[in-house]
Design a protein around this ligand. Structure first.
Ligand code: ATP
Ligand code: MG
Length: 444
């Protein structure tokens, strides 16, 4: 993409309404624009990151054997009356009436809808296990939407639902989700720690939240510092292996880690030596639940078991806050100059800064680098505007591309360009082909 043709409405001023870094930076970098309280348009740069996160989520869900689909945002109130949640959900639910006077709602979550799909089409235990998921916009009329996309009213969530014959099978689905989430967050360059949490309006007693540690997080957390040394890494995983998934769950959840509503100071002190006790804040980026037959029973989602008897299926639901993650990644990775994207989620792989637009040699070198990066399947953002170098650097630093190639007449005289890491600020001078090769090694 050439910056002169792109739509990147960066702001010079720091927007006064934004209280935390990620919100400020997303506005300044032209990623989002608020349309009304807690509702945002995703401008091209923000949209690109959102799509990257969605792709990672899809890939990891499919790898775990989960099946993608898409349910609507608007749902019929009748389904929610069946589960008893229409009245229970309260003012967070946006209720709508259509021209036929039928009650609709903008889905805050999808347990009812998916259970209805399941009961209409699945009748035998032979069709289990089954896990379906989608990535769809949700609406919750939050009392205090704030921090930009972190606590929006309209937000993008991946929500997945498992259907199993027995509790044991459903707990394997729970473990499988935990493992797939660990992989997902690590690919986004994040450490998200599974913590014991409260289940809220979804219900059930088996639940973990995934928290990214950050001072600006809304959740208070208590944990054993040893947890922060754990990495999933690139280990092989067989998602059908009950044993392997259970082992990984054990590895990542056996140490004390709880959100404040589940915190128990006595247990904390008994389990964790004093020098490893941490009290901090975190951003909730996902949650998994096992809730058994809470929905399948009242809604009649049964299958015929091996003995011919109809039994309600055991279910769980599992969410990832896709749009919140954009903010969470920035909270975890920025400095005073702007965003620092982890390589796995960056909107463009590298920026090209032409120090002397209009100089035929510099223009030619930039075009050649641009073309070779594209030929490799990488996406460069070429700042081809006729602007001062300082302004170009400031824009690149603000939007946070992990790598920048700087091209100017002086370097070209010696046959070199400069490759700079956004994270370390370290630069090295290289012939243009070698800079391209280095990026290929990093990304491909
Ligand atoms: P919270 O406690 O932050 O209100 P929740 O526990 O009600 O969230 P879940 O039902 O677990 O949310 O939804 C799954 C994920 O969706 C959450 O882990 C979070 O990352 C994301 N999410 C929930 N509410 C919002 C929101 N208002 N804005 C953006 N993302 C959200
Ligand atoms: Mg939650």
């Amino acid at each position: 993409m050439r910056l002169s043709r792109y739509f990147l409405p960066v702001l010079k001023e720091t927007p006064s309404e934004a209280q935390i870094a990620s919100h400020r930076l997303m506005l300044r970098a032209g990623m989002i624009k608020q349309s009304s309280a807690g509702i945002y348009s995703w401008l091209p740069l923000g949209f690109k990151v959102l799509r990257k996160l969605e792709n990672i989520v899809h890939e990891e869900q499919v790898r775990a054997g989960h099946i993608p689909m898409l349910m609507p945002t608007l749902q019929s109130a009748d389904l929610w009356r069946e589960s008893g949640r229409y009245d229970a959900y309260g003012p967070e639910m946006l209720r709508i009436r259509d021209r036929q006077d039928r009650d609709l709602l903008y889905g805050p979550t999808n347990e009812e809808l998916i259970t209805d799909i399941f009961r209409s089409h699945v009748g035998s235990y032979r069709d289990l296990p089954l896990t379906l998921y989608h990535i769809q916009w949700k609406f919750r009329d939050e009392i205090r939407p704030r921090f930009g996309v972190m606590r929006g009213r309209e937000f993008l969530m991946k929500d997945g639902y498992n259907f199993d014959l027995t509790k044991e099978d459903a707990l394997h689905a729970y473990n499988r989700h935990l493992v797939s989430y660990l992989r997902t967050y690590e690919r986004m360059g994040l450490q998200a720690i599974p913590m014991r949490a409260e289940s809220g309006p979804i219900g059930g007693d088996n639940t973990h939240e995934f928290l990214v540690l950050a001072e600006t997080g809304e959740s208070g957390v208590f944990y054993d510092s040893e947890i922060t040394d754990l990495r999933f890494g690139d280990r092989e995983i067989d998602y059908n292996s009950v044993e392997q998934c259970a082992e990984i769950l054990e590895e990542f959840t056996s140490r004390y880690a709880r959100t404040d509503d589940m915190h128990d100071q006595d247990a904390f002190e008994a389990q964790v030596p004093e020098d490893r006790r941490r009290e901090a804040r975190g951003i909730e980026v996902g949650q998994i639940f096992y809730f058994g037959t809470k929905y399948s029973e009242p809604m009649g989602a049964t299958v015929q078991g091996p003995d011919g008897k109809a039994v309600p299926v055991h279910m769980g639901s599992h969410g990832i806050g896709v749009s919140r993650l954009v903010g969470a990644i920035i909270e975890a990775s920025h400095d005073e100059k702007g965003i620092i994207w982890p390589e796995g989620v960056t909107p463009f792989h590298a920026g090209i800064v032409n120090l002397k637009q209009g100089d035929s040699e510099a223009d030619g070198a930039c075009e050649a680098i641009y073309a070779s990066l594209q030929a490799l399947g990488l996406e460069p953002l070429y700042d081809d505007r006729d602007e001062r170098a300082g302004g170009k650097f400031a824009t690149m630093d603000l939007i946070g591309l992990p790598w920048r190639i700087t091209v100017g007449p002086r370097g070209l005289k010696n046959g070199v360009v400069e490759l700079t890491s956004r994270r370390t600020s370290q630069s090295e001078e290289l012939p243009p082909e070698q800079a391209v090769e280095k990026l290929a090694k990093i990304y491909l």
